[in-house]
Structure formats: C-alpha cells, structure tokens
Design a protein around this ligand. Structure first.
Ligand SMILES: Nc1nc2c(ncn2[C@@H]2O[C@H](COP(=O)(O)OP(=O)(O)O)[C@@H](O)[C@H]2O)c(=O)[nH]1
Ligand SMILES: [Mg+2]
Ligand SMILES: [Zn+2]
Length: 309
C-alpha cells in the first residue's frame, strides 16, 4: 500500500480534492480514525498537507493523516469552548485587494482586513487595483495610511496592464489567500497574472450564480509556476471574532514599538493620560486614520465580548 502526500484543494460533503506531490488530483475521504479525531476538534482544512492511501487499486483514496500546519487563517471562538474553524491552512500571505474606484474604497474597511491577517500572524500585502480609473497618485493619497504603516502595496490595473509583473513575482511560488470586497477585480487580476487559472469574474458568475447560493468554503487554486491562491469567500466571514480586546493594539504593526511606553501598563490607548500611542498620533508618527480604525474595532470587540453569540 503506497502512501502519498498532497495538499487539500477543496472539500464538500466529506469528499476532499487532494493534489498529490506527484501531480495527480484525487478525490479522498477521511479514514474513520481521522473522522473520530475531527469530531474531537482536529478538523481538516483547505491547504492542509495530508497523506493518502488506497486500500487496493480499485478503491477510493482515504486521508490517513493531517501533517502539522505552519500557519492558518482561522475563525476563533472568543471563549475557546468550540475551538476554531480553519478557513485555510499553511498560508504564506494574505493579499488584500481594493479598487481605487468602483467600488469606492474605504480605508477603514481595509484596516479591518489587515487586522484579521495580523491576528492570524500572517503577512499581509495590499493591492490597489483599477488605478486606470483614477491615477496612481490619487490612489497613493487614498491609501496613505497603509503606506505609512509600512504595508507592502501594489498599484495595479488589469485594464491598463500596470503593476502586474511585480505583483506576480510576489504571488508565484507562495500560498496566498485572496481577500477584499467583491467587484474590486480579484479574479480578473489572478486570471491575468496566471493565464489558465480561469477564476470566475463578475460577468460570468452573475449569470451562472443567479439564484444559487455561492460556495461556502475556500478553494485552493494551483498556480502554473508553483504556489497556490485561495479564493476565500471573504475574510469578512472570518470576522474579528475571537480577537482579544487586549491583543488588538498588537494587530497594528506601527503601534508595536510603542506598546511598552504608555504610563499605565493596562492602557487601552483610548483615554488615558501619558498614552504613547495617542502621543504618536499627535506627533503624526501614527496616522489619525489608523488610530480611528483602532478605536472603531476596539469598540466593536468590546460589544462582542459582552454578547459573543
Ligand atoms: N476599469 C477597470 N476594471 C476592472 C479592472 N480589473 C477588473 N475590472 C472589472 O471589475 C469587475 C469585477 O471584477 P472581478 O474580477 O469579478 O472582481 P472580484 O469580485 O474582486 O473577483 C469586472 O467587470 C472587471 O472587468 C481594472 O483594472 N480596471
Ligand atoms: Mg471574484
Ligand atoms: Zn496607551
């Protein structure tokens, strides 16, 4: 009985598509023993590396083992009682895609996506697409807060072929989760960067999906030059759930060097005197926009903590 290793591309109704390291795509279900462990909390996720075997050449493949994860994008239960639901495992980075126009970008919503990535200890990369509709200069102004916070940022246009090569270089060979509002050009971007990928774009999915509910789980798409892109139904689905109010400040990378500097050890960075974060905002070394995002998300988490379900 030969055991093979591979990665889970997607799963529905207990059947998982596994891409083996030697390039075959197999439909596999979990072995009984693993199912038992799954009920105890060890759930299989898209992006997981697994071993599969076939009892004989006629039978279906079975997943025997989930290999250790190096990272994950998860939705955590605040109390920890019900564990967590892993959206994608073994990610290298999160690509947060926004448009410079159509739809109108909301920088505070972008910060929310970035916080989710940070809370999962995942590197985040910002992509501002559709700069043909504004200009790179306007887009840079609009996203000045995230530039100041030192996030890597790409300005792209699928239509005008701008910024595509340097984005491809950062996606190829890595495992990335694609996130951002719908209609910003996520699928168009990936299809243009990686011909043959064939992700559904707005034009197609509108007609195909009419009246149907869209896929719930993430799907991992292998890239022709190596690496994968996970089309998640949206990081928003992951939500802020499970982020501890007191961990929020750590999810703003530009706050981190200041966090030991406040007068009070338990500073909330909202009202206390001698707050290093608020002093940095006054001194313009932390932008007012990013601080506003902190305030809003903090408020939201405080409300959620009172009534988690
Ligand atoms: N003007 C302009 N339109 C674009 C660009 N990229 C994508 N679009 C259009 O934006 C719409 C949404 O694209 P889609 O890839 O489906 O967005 P998604 O929902 O984020 O995956 C489509 O009509 C695309 O043709 C771009 O760079 N410039
Ligand atoms: Mg899409
Ligand atoms: Zn403070």
């Amino acid at each position: 009985m030969i055991s093979r290793r591979g990665v889970v591309l997607q799963g529905t109704g207990g059947v998982y598509q596994v891409l083996t390291d030697d390039g075959d795509t197999c439909a596999a279900s979990m072995r009984g023993r693993l199912k038992h462990e799954a009920r105890a909390g060890l759930k299989l996720a898209v992006g997981d590396r697994v071993t599969i075997t076939q009892d004989d050449s006629e039978s279906a493949f079975a997943i025997d083992e989930i290999l250790p994860r190096r990272s994950k994008l998860a939705r955590r239960n605040p109390s920890g009682a019900r564990g967590e639901r892993i959206v994608v495992a073994n990610l290298d980075q999160v690509l947060v895609v926004f448009a410079s126009a159509k739809p109108e970008p909301h920088p505070r919503m972008l910060d929310r996506f970035l916080v989710i990535a940070e809370a999962n200890d995942l590197a985040a990369r910002v992509v501002v697409n559709k700069i043909d509709l504004t200009s790179e200069r306007d887009a840079r102004e609009r996203f000045a807060d995230q530039i100041a916070a030192s996030y890597p940022i790409h300005f792209t246009s699928v239509r005008a072929h701008i910024g595509l090569e340097s984005l491809r270089a950062e996606v190829e060979g890595k495992v990335s989760a694609l996130s951002g509002p719908s209609g910003v050009g996520k699928s168009s971007l990936m299809n243009t960067l990686f011909p043959g990928l064939n992700l559904r774009t707005a034009e197609i999915s509108e007609s195909v999906n009419k009246g149907r509910h869209t896929t719930v789980g993430a799907v991992l798409h292998p890239l022709p030059g190596g690496g994968f892109v996970a089309d998640t139904p949206g990081l928003r689905e992951v939500g802020l759930w499970g982020i501890d109010v007191d961990d929020l400040a750590h999810c703003f990378p530009e706050f981190r060097p200041l966090l030991g500097e406040c007068r009070f050890g338990d500073c909330t960075h909202l009202v206390e005197p001698g707050c290093a974060i608020r002093e940095a905002v006054d001194a313009n070394s932390v932008t007012a926009g990013r601080y506003e995002s902190y305030q809003k998300l903090r408020e939201e988490l405080a409300v959620a903590a009172l009534d988690p379900w």
